[in-house]
Design a protein around this ligand. Structure first.
Ligand code: IPM
Ligand code: MG
Length: 369
């Protein structure tokens, strides 16, 4: 029997509600496989700040350091509530970015999957969706503007100014491109490189390194596209993309656009992979407006569990079963109120009923081992 230690960081807002569903699923996976999970809950985010004065407290760091993988819920407060916490200590700057930095989670996988059965969630017309959307954004996650040096002050003319650097070195670029090429090799051998080399020198260097890495993967065909054009084509023809790779800020923006294309960020799980530690999280925020109501869909949280099973625990067959079970609940006509689009055509259920249905659908599938 293998035991995997998982740090559970439920976080703020809807985080605890959707994390509870992830735990239900993990319990079932333990029952039907020769695996056990040692689940260790820890404070992270605004809740941690109120309790300990830190968004990523030392006890949580110790639990995460010691875990085989980290499963994170959502963090953050409403715009108004955030003001209770000093800017640099707010959960995003004080918790999430330090976690990315600590574990150097440089490769962020954001799958964007809309099988035809879920096409009704999307604002795109059926002829654009065709046989379904299935692409993966690989976003560089520990460099660029997010982690470059920052300075604010008053300039010689007495005006307030800010200076924020977009920094990359060639190794940082190469390591994420390697991940993207490897993924392309496993999928359709097609990679879209998203850049802005007509303006940014960082993109010129990025593209130079891309050519070098490409020579190790000659079977992969590479398509280059400017980031602004990519935003347009994601709406007009998303099915032309398979694996897309880009720097941090571009990836932040385009991955949220992909959430819009799917119809909700609630359909966007993700994996943040580092050399020694990885964490898994929904791509969306803590949705304070609907927190505590039991109406948030746990799909992105459960999808993050599926990604953890596959990428950290080598359980890809069971991960595939989980995806199937999750999508099956939608196919059976159920949804949570936050995602409901079709009025009477849908049966609306709570967050926890959604999780229960995933659990029962998964229990009906043959287990992997
Ligand atoms: C994301 C989020 C984060 C980011 C925020 C919460 C700091 O938007 O993971 O996409 O900007 O990277
Ligand atoms: Mg984002």
């Amino acid at each position: 029997m293998t035991t995997h230690k998982i740090a559970l960081l439920a976080g703020d807002g809807i985080g605890p509600e959707i994390m509870a569903e992830a735990v239900k699923v993990l319990k079932l996976i333990e029952e039907r496989n020769t695996v056990s999970f040692d689940l260790q809950s820890a404070l992270f985010g605004a809740c941690a700040w109120f309790e300990t004065g830190k968004s990523f407290p030392d006890d949580t760091i110790a639990i995460c350091d010691n875990a085989d993988a980290i499963l994170k819920g959502t963090i953050g407060l409403s715009h108004e509530e955030s003001k209770q916490i000093p800017v640099d200590e707010q959960p995003e700057r004080g918790g999430l970015l330090p976690m990315r930095r600590r574990y150097q989670t440089y490769a962020n996988f954001r799958p964007v999957a809309l099988p035809p059965e879920l096409a009704h969630f999307s604002p795109l017309r059926p002829e654009i969706i065709g046989d379904g959307i299935d692409l993966v954004i690989i976003r560089e996650l520990v460099g660029g503007l997010y982690f470059g040096s920052k300075e604010t002050g008053i300039n010689d003319q007495g005006r307030r100014y800010v200076h924020e650097m977009l920094e990359y070195d060639e190794d940082q670029i190469r390591q994420v491109l390697e991940v993207a090429f490897k993924l392309a090799m496993k999928r359709k051998k097609s990679l879209t490189n998203v850049h802005k080399s007509n303006v940014l020198k960082s993109s010129v260097l990025w593209n130079e390194i891309l050519d070098e890495v490409h020579s190790d993967y000659p079977e992969v065909s590479v398509d280059h596209i400017l980031v602004d054009a990519a935003a347009t084509y994601l709406c007009l023809n998303p099915t032309r993309f398979d694996v897309m790779v880009m720097e941090n800020m571009f990836g932040d923006i385009l991955s949220d656009q992909c959430g819009g294309i799917l119809g909700s960020l609630g359909l966007m799980p993700s994996a943040c992979v580092g050399p020694e530690q990885s964490y898994y999280e929904p791509s969306h925020g803590s949705a304070p407006d609907i927190a505590g109501k039991g109406i948030a869909n746990p799909y992105s949280m459960l999808g993050s569990v599926a990604m953890m099973l596959e990428m950290s625990f080598n359980m890809s067959a069971e991960a595939g079963n989980l995806w199937k079970a999750m999508q099956g609940v939608f196919t059976d006509g159920y949804t949570t109120p936050d995602l409901a689009r079709r009025g009477d055509a849908e049966k609306q259920i709570s967050t926890s009923e959604f999780g229960d249905r995933v659990v029962s659908a998964l229990a009906d599938l043959p287990s992997a081992c």
